[in-house]
Design a protein around this ligand. Structure first.
Ligand SMILES: [Zn+2]
Length: 418
């Protein structure tokens, strides 16, 4: 198989689609989705007798896909075989197998073919840095584990790709990264912020936050350090979902994913995704855990792909509290804003729901006492205003860089009821 031809084809298609009008784009997307439903979906056991219309298919989620893993991929690969592959080279024959990070029991598996791997790469480059490609680009990818997705590109003339394992810690590869001198950096925001605070010698042309929710509090620190606007790649085990364009719009990857949205209140939605250009592992009407805010206005760049205003966080991190009037849900963005708006000097914190009526706010001892007290009071006032029965405790402790898990400043750490 000619991998570069796949990548180039995908690159060209992604660019071509981005120049369509919305009406033309929707016609193209409907045809692509139709062909996926007719031809690709029925090749997996789970969908062998599926109804023809998307809207009639069942909603799926990670628990279902993991429990019946072999029924959702065309090679009937079992979850046990996939985990064995992940523990080894991340390969099963010509297939690439990867897993998301996360607590054990909550990790997702993915399986993709060689062709899909190159198509994914072509799409991400077409969205992320089309202008840089022809001048030769050096892309540094800093993520928790080598999924095998990135290996392919190392051999290409136009792209030099280097992977740095987040879990080993930045000090273990700092000099290698600086010597590589990347023009594009893709990394979680906490690592980009770490580069800023430690003064890494880097001069990229584009910087992408990926793999974790970008908190507004990190953005100015990173942008000031690199003297560049910070862009985002919203991707997960399940695929590539949104990428920032050169005008700063965070466009949904509607050219490979059909999105449906379930309202969650306060203008927020969670997506159901159908990845209609992937054929090895089928994801249809798959419920993502993310809370999104959709943009109302189209982007200045003219792309027909709709935009997100914000990836607010995960449904798992919504605080679920009780009030005399019944359950109260408080979303991560509202909680975060309460802390940050309490005092301008606060630029880091952790806010964790530790019990049905207990919330813990952690602030580093370096912050002034009056700022900490203001934040503590602001969170308690927010919960009181919602009539939530909860006690907020203030903890003064350092907040170290954790490379082994995703950073979630607002987190619900409760044993979940079944
Ligand atoms: Zn745009």
């Amino acid at each position: 198989m000619n991998g570069l031809a796949e990548a180039a084809g995908s690159f060209a298609l992604t660019r071509w689609v981005s120049r369509k009008s919305r009406a033309d784009f929707e016609r193209w997307q409907a045809a692509a989705l139709r062909s996926f439903l007719n031809r690709d979906l029925p090749r997996t056991p789970f969908y062998s007798k599926a109804p023809a219309r998307l809207i009639d298919l069942p909603v799926t989620d990670k628990a279902l896909l993991m429990a019946r893993f072999d029924e959702f991929n065309i090679h009937h690969l079992t979850a046990a075989q996939a985990w064995a592959a992940v523990a080894g080279e991340g390969r099963a024959g010509s297939l690439t197998i990867g897993a998301s990070t996360g607590t054990s029991g909550n990790r997702g598996l993915f399986v993709i073919s060689e062709a899909e791997k190159y198509r994914w790469l072509g799409a991400i480059l077409a969205k992320a840095a089309p202008d840089l490609l022809w001048r030769g680009m050096r892309v540094a990818v800093i993520l928790p584990q080598n999924t095998g997705l990135y290996d392919s590109a190392r051999k290409s003339r136009l792209i030099k790709l280097a992977f740095f394992d987040l879990t080993l810690g930045p000090e273990s590869w700092r000099s290698a990264l600086e010597a590589f001198d990347p023009t594009v950096i893709i990394a979680p925001p906490k690592i980009l912020r770490h580069f800023a605070s430690e003064g890494f010698r880097l001069r990229p042309k584009r910087v992408f936050s990926a793999a974790e929710t970008l908190d507004p509090v990190d953005r100015p620190v990173i942008e000031d350090f690199f003297r560049l606007p910070l862009d985002q790649i919203y991707m997960a085990t399940e695929g590539l979902f949104a990428v920032t364009c050169r005008q700063g719009g965070l466009h949904l990857a509607e050219d490979s994913v059909f999105f449906e949205f379930e309202p969650e209140g306060e203008g927020l939605v969670t997506p159901l995704v159908t990845t209609f250009r992937r054929r090895t592992q089928i994801m249809a009407r798959y419920r993502m855990n993310d809370l999104l805010r959709l943009s109302k206005a189209p982007c200045r760049c003219g792309s027909p792909l709709r935009c997100l205003d914000e990836i607010v966080g995960r449904m798992d991190d919504v605080f679920r509290l009780m009030s005399p009037d019944g359950p109260v849900l408080v979303t991560p963005d509202v909680l975060r804003n309460a802390v940050l708006k309490a005092d301008r000097r606060i630029d880091d914190f952790r806010l964790v729901q530790t019990g049905p009526d207990r919330v813990e706010l952690s602030l580093p001892p370096t912050f002034a006492d009056d700022a900490a007290a203001a934040a503590h009071q602001a969170v308690q006032a927010l919960l009181d205003a919602r009539k939530a029965v909860a006690t907020v405790t203030l903890v003064r402790a350092p907040l170290p860089l954790e490379t082994g898990r995703k950073l979630r400043r607002v987190e619900a750490r409760l044993e979940r009821a079944r």
